[in-house]
Design a protein around this ligand. Structure first.
Ligand code: CMP
Length: 140
């Protein structure tokens, strides 16, 4: 597997609890390089656009309200097999199912306030990166 990029969000529950550094340490220990990073406060509209694929889900309102409730840290991660590697270090969506040592097992509060987002495929990573970052903001 070649060097790949993925998109990551450190969510409001984690930024509020001052966990940005602890989460970044987990990502870096897993061999992922943070090649771009910004702290932003998403508007509701920006969150709704990002999670458009979940529009029909019962948790859509709760999800977009939460993601626009406080600052998040958005990132581009790079590394060998970065999409899968990031999903491994994040752990399962629901922290109750997450494996020991993963970010969600250690830090997530529940399935909604689950501390991190990571792209689920290389194709979606490209779309998600372009939704938040300009090319010149990704410095390697
Ligand atoms: P994320 O990887 O950001 O992608 C979609 C998000 O929807 C997911 O993480 C969860 O935080 C959220 N989500 C999934 N299932 C539920 C649920 N049952 N209730 C609330 N939020 C959910």
């Amino acid at each position: 597997m070649a060097i790949q990029r993925t998109f990551s969000i450190i969510k409001p529950d984690a930024t509020k609890r001052n966990l940005t550094g602890a989460i970044n340490a987990k990502l870096e220990e897993a061999g992922l390089r943070i090649i771009a990073q910004k702290r932003i406060h998403m508007t509701r509209e920006k969150a709704e656009g990002f999670y458009e694929v979940h529009k029909e889900r019962p948790f859509f309102d709760e999800l977009t309200e939460f993601m626009s409730s406080a600052p998040v840290v958005i990132q581009v991660l790079e590394g060998e097999d970065a999409v899968a590697k990031n999903r491994l270090v994040m752990g399962s969506t629901n922290p109750e199912d997450a494996e020991e040592g993963t970010i969600r097992k250690e830090y997530a509060l529940n399935v909604g306030e689950n501390s991190v987002h990571g792209s689920d495929s290389a194709e979606n990573a490209e779309i998600e990166i372009a939704y938040f970052f300009k090319d010149e903001e990704i410095v390697g």
